[in-house]
Design a protein around this ligand. Structure first.
Ligand code: B12
Ligand code: SF4
Length: 539
């Protein structure tokens, strides 16, 4: 069987560029490891490169984030018309199964380990079902991902996942939307996976790329004592690694000691804001602003560089506050954030549901699904006009990513890391200093519903003959809409189903999901008409 696994991507800077950064989606190597021997596998990392449209597949697995869904629908249609069966998985598929159903031959809900082999079997027997619901996570089922297959499409191909989920419940987070769970893998088995990964990469990449690992966990420190056990298990591997943790983790010297000893040299922390009202509004109670500088210093003392993201909240942030962020970043010892974006209501999250329940004007009118990517303003600001808010965002972006700011950060970090003999954090700093990053796209206005179209919107090479009717064309090609012309959420978005219940159990509602619950194409035409916006894409 010829199987394609496509991680769909739409450049959120709307330049149609690929993202060649260190962080690349890992679901491809994971699904590949679940396929039976003899399968002809093609992992397509759309983040890195376009799919090869001339390929023939029997089965295509697709994975996407919310804002990539328009492209995922088009890619699915493209390969369905060419004889393949398509299966969508991921957060959108798991929370809006009914909406996704008509555009794919099957929708996979939850973790892939148990269901991917079933799907392949069913395709082989010609009996694919419309929905597959994963049983609760079982660490023993996690295979060693096929890192060898993506070695040339990742700067750091040693990608590892030691946990799933996160115990916190931030209001804006897609993980809270899917239902809070936190599941760990035994440290020995994670260490064994790293050693096996290094072995499989031996003839493919140079030594250093086999000795710097990236952990893809949302929050590897969700259980700090498990984190410390992981660190102990990594000591004999002598690897250097980077990881994402929550703020509380870097406040505890015991964690820092263990992280440093285990080889950790970079942590990413979701700092999000220096505005206490914003942190409260986000439900990000684990962040304690008064301790930021001390936590960053503690990391640096242990030879660990801190990367942090910043979000602007239309609900609580004023222009004066936004203009003060560079100073806050400097005082915190961070200077250059990994990203600066808008707090975004990803569909299905508590933040989204609260806005959807508040009626007119909750969203910017005619917000599109593709606008919900963190880099387009989708919620009207309370303390400024949308234009002033965007202008302040642009000012901030230009200041924090200026050469001056990056150089200042480098000079600040260098002596401390050099004194301790820590080479890897200096490498991370140099990478930031010299990487051009994505400059601001001056053609954009950054306002949902009004912004320029991303080039990917018309990039799947579908031809007229690929559509049976005008209705089908509309269903596949029209970008999906979130809000109407009065800024109210469309009713179709109220039907998100959280997948997880406490302790990671799969929800009873989802377990009871029957294949007959997936709408037929006729009903989908209704949904698409509702979701469609005024403008129609032309082939
Ligand atoms: C790599 C990554 C990226 C990459 C690639 C994105 C991409 N297209 O995949 C880049 C750097 C481009 C990126 C950008 C951003 N990201 Co990002 N990213 C990640 C990260 C760290 C790893 C994803 C991954 O590979 N995980 C490991 C794989 C194995 O698991 P998974 O993809 O989560 O899938 C699981 C299930 O969903 C399921 N599954 C998924 N697909 C499929 C398909 C099939 C067929 C099946 C059966 C199962 C299945 O199986 C997996 C295991 O359970 C996650 C955090 C995380 N740990 O997941 C955040 C994460 C996905 N990103 C997130 C965010 C917020 C962002 C940014 C907004 C950040 C920013 N401000 O810049 C941007 C823009 C994203 C957008 N357009 O909305 C959020 C979610 C956003 C969302 N829309 O859902 C996450 C969850 C982080 C978080 N906790 O907030 N990101
Ligand atoms: S701490 Fe991070 S991963 Fe966990 S819920 Fe909050 S934003 Fe999501």
């Amino acid at each position: 069987m010829r199987v394609g696994i496509i991680s769909v991507f739409t450049d959120y800077h709307r330049a149609g560029a690929h993202n060649r950064g260190a962080l690349q989606p890992q679901v491809g190597p994971l699904i590949a490891a679940l396929l039976p021997p003899g399968t002809e596998i093609d992992i397509v990392n759309d983040v890195w490169d376009d799919p090869d449209w001339s390929r023939d597949y029997d089965l295509v697995f697709l994975s996407c984030l919310h804002s990539d869904f328009d492209r995922a629908r088009q890619i699915s249609h493209y390969w369905r018309r060419r004889g393949a069966k398509t299966v969508l998985g991921g957060t959108m598929a798991s929370t809006y199964t009914r909406l996704c159903g008509p555009y794919f031959d099957a929708v996979a809900v939850g973790d892939p380990e148990a269901i991917v082999p079933l799907i392949v079997d069913d395709v082989g027997r010609g009996q694919l079902k419309p929905v597959y619901i994963a049983p609760p996570f079982d660490a023993r089922r996690v295979p060693h991902p096929r890192l060898d297959m993506v070695a040339r499409k990742q700067v750091l191909p040693l990608g590892v996942e030691a946990t799933r989920g996160c115990p916190f419940t931030c209001e804006f987070c897609a993980l809270t939307g899917i239902g809070t769970r936190f599941q760990t893998r035994p440290p020995d088995s994670v260490a064994a996976e790293i050693a096996a990964g290094q072995h499989s990469l031996a003839d493919l990449v140079p030594w250093w790329r086999r000795h710097i690992a990236l952990f893809y966990d949302n929050n590897i420190g969700g259980n700090p004592s498990h984190l410390r056990e992981l660190c102990d298990a990594f000591v004999p591997l002598r690897i250097r690694w980077g990881v994402c943790v929550t703020f509380n983790v870097i406040c505890d010297p015991r964690n820092l000691k263990a992280l440093a000893k285990g080889g950790c040299r970079m942590v990413f922390v979701g700092l999000e804001s220096f505005n206490p009202d914003t942190l409260r509004h986000m439900g990000k109670h684990q962040n304690v602003l008064a301790r930021t500088r001390a936590a960053v210093d503690l990391c640096h003392e242990h030879g660990i560089i801190v990367m942090a993201g910043v979000m602007l909240s239309p609900a609580t942030d004023s222009i004066d506050y936004i203009d003060s962020i560079p100073q806050h970043l400097h005082e915190a010892g961070l200077d250059v954030p990994t990203y600066v974006c808008f707090e975004t209501p990803f569909p299905g999250t508590p933040h989204f549901k609260q806005l959807a329940a508040s009626g007119d004007g909750a969203f910017i009118p005619n917000t599109l699904l593709r606008d919900l990517n963190g880099y387009t303003l989708a919620v009207p600001p309370r303390h400024a006009s949308a234009g002033d808010f965007v202008a302040a965002y642009k000012r901030l972006y230009k200041t924090v990513y200026s050469r001056r700011s990056r150089f200042r950060k480098f000079l600040h970090d260098l002596p401390r890391f050099a004194r301790g003999g820590y080479a890897v954090p200096i490498l991370f700093d140099l990478y930031e200093l010299f990487s051009e990053g994505a400059g601001l796209n001056e053609a954009r206005n950054f306002i949902a519903g009004l912004d320029i179209e991303p080039p990917e919107a018309r990039a799947v090479p579908l031809i007229e003959g690929d559509f049976e009717s005008e209705e089908e064309y509309e269903r596949i090609m029209r970008p999906w809409r979130i809000s109407d012309e009065r800024g109210r959420a469309l009713p179709m978005w109220s039907g998100a189903q959280p997948l997880y219940r406490p302790k990671g159990r799969v929800s009873v509602t989802v377990r009871g999901f029957a294949s007959s619950d997936v709408p037929q194409p006729e009903e989908a035409t209704g949904i698409a008409t509702l979701a469609g916006c005024g403008e129609t894409a032309k082939l």
